[in-house]
Design a protein around this ligand. Structure first.
Ligand SMILES: *Cc1c(COP(=O)(O)O)cnc(C)c1O
Length: 406
């Protein structure tokens, strides 16, 4: 970290603001990290979710973030590949790992079980159940979570088609898993960025029907991820409402008295952790050519039209009115375009720096080196995130560049 500070001409060992970094005029895009925001999100889930919170590592696998979440009380991690298993085992040796991808390589299951002590696995088919039994030599200490297909109707990103057993086919699979599991779970995913708590009550109604049809004892209910963050045009209700809805639905399920409730947030634990500082290299009308894009940290902005908060970092401030811009990324590819609209002062020009917020989840984690454009420059900043679900009366967007004291 300090190395990076020096590289940018910013004094090490000193709390730095986003504006100070912009004033150092970095040529490459800079990832701005906010450990305090991730720690706050972790504490929120560990204290307020009425059960156990697993961090879904795919949202952002940065080791520094994993350590920060651990400090905030997150002890369980949802991993989906053998590389994620190895990474978390190496970074947090005492963490409990749950292998929640329903389609795994048999070699990955075996290594996870034998080498890394993984005992929890998800599945959505008899083939996968057979695979788990073979790879663990018929182990008697497994927690097996059957992934149920649920609707993604309330979510911005569907996860309804690829994984999950249909309710109509769930009973035989639950009964078969019950035969070999030490603990039997049911898990689901309502889709990412679920904008209403009803997504979870609807899914829990399906869980109830699955339990009734299979008549099995269930020890774990895992409501998955989908907890939202705040983005322009996507301001969700408070997370406490989701927690209350889930708790009520869980309490009314026909499960054993000692059954556990789990969740697997990815986005909600990591979105506020990072933002990105980019430079404008060209302006053409209301299109800005910036030095990061679809193959960098802005995949979702390009491919699913996700709108992230933006802020112009200029001193003195621009007083021009805001207009909507679209962005082009640095590669030669026409698809490297982020439609936005991104609201910025109308006089935004070449050489200006822009902070793009809320990129801690599915942002920096998806960066490639396509066409030679990539950057690993990372600096810790003291500013609050551009929006927050965890700060009471958080200022809306367009506050970056100033340190908000709360
Ligand atoms: C991606 C994923 C998550 C995290 O989802 P978010 O919407 O980021 O909270 C959790 N569980 C599973 C199985 C996933 O695939």
């Amino acid at each position: 970290m300090h190395k990076h500070h020096r590289a940018l001409g910013v004094a090490p060992n000193k709390a730095v603001s986003v504006l100070e970094i912009a004033k150092a005029r970095p040529v490459q895009p800079v990832t701005l990290i906010r450990p305090h925001a991730a720690r706050r999100a972790a504490r929120f889930f560990s204290e307020k979710f009425p059960g156990r919170s697993l961090y879904a590592v795919k949202a952002n696998p940065s080791p520094a973030l994993l350590e920060t979440l651990w400090e905030g009380g997150i002890t369980h991690y949802d991993v989906a590949s053998i590389a994620e298993v190895r990474l978390v085992a190496r970074t947090l040796p005492d963490a409990v790992l749950c292998f929640m991808h329903p389609v795994k390589a048999e070699e990955a299951i075996r290594e996870a079980y034998v080498t890394h002590g993984v005992r929890t696995f998800s599945l959505d088919s008899q083939e996968e159940l057979d695979k788990i039994v073979r790879a663990t030599d018929g182990a008697a200490d497994l927690t097996l979570c059957v992934r149920l297909r649920v609707s993604s109707d309330h979510s911005k990103l569907s996860l309804a088609s690829k994984f999950g057993v249909d309710l109509a086919d769930a009973a035989p699979l639950l009964m078969a898993a019950r035969q070999v599991a030490d603990a039997l779970g049911i898990c689901f995913h309502v889709g990412s960025q679920a904008m209403s708590p009803q997504a979870y009550s609807d899914a829990m109604a399906r869980v109830r029907a699955a339990i009734v049809s299979a008549a099995v004892t269930v020890d774990v209910i895992d409501v998955g991820g989908g907890f939202p963050s705040s983005y322009p045009g996507m301001e969700p209700p408070p997370l406490e409402r989701y927690f209350r809805t889930i708790h009520e639905a869980f309490e009314s399920l026909p499960v054993s008295y000692s059954a556990e409730l789990w969740c697997e947030p990815g986005r909600a634990l990591s979105a506020e952790y990072a933002s990105l500082l980019v430079r404008v290299e060209r302006r053409r009308g209301d299109e800005l050519y910036i030095n990061d894009g679809a193959y960098g940290a802005l995949f979702d902005a390009a491919h699913i039209g996700w709108r992230f908060p933006v802020s112009l970092l200029r001193e003195p401030d621009s007083h021009a009115r805001s207009i909507g811009f679209s962005f082009y990324g640095p590669t030669c590819d026409d698809m490297d375009r982020m439609a936005g609209p991104f609201e910025l002062p109308a006089d935004t020009a070449v050489g200006d720096f822009i902070e793009i917020g809320m990129l801690g989840a599915y942002g920096c984690a998806m960066r490639t080196a396509f066409n030679g454009f990539t950057s690993d420059e990372t600096v810790e900043v003291e500013d609050e995130p551009m929006t927050s679900l965890y700060v009471e009366q958080a200022e809306p967007a367009h506050v970056a560049g100033r340190v908000i004291k709360l």
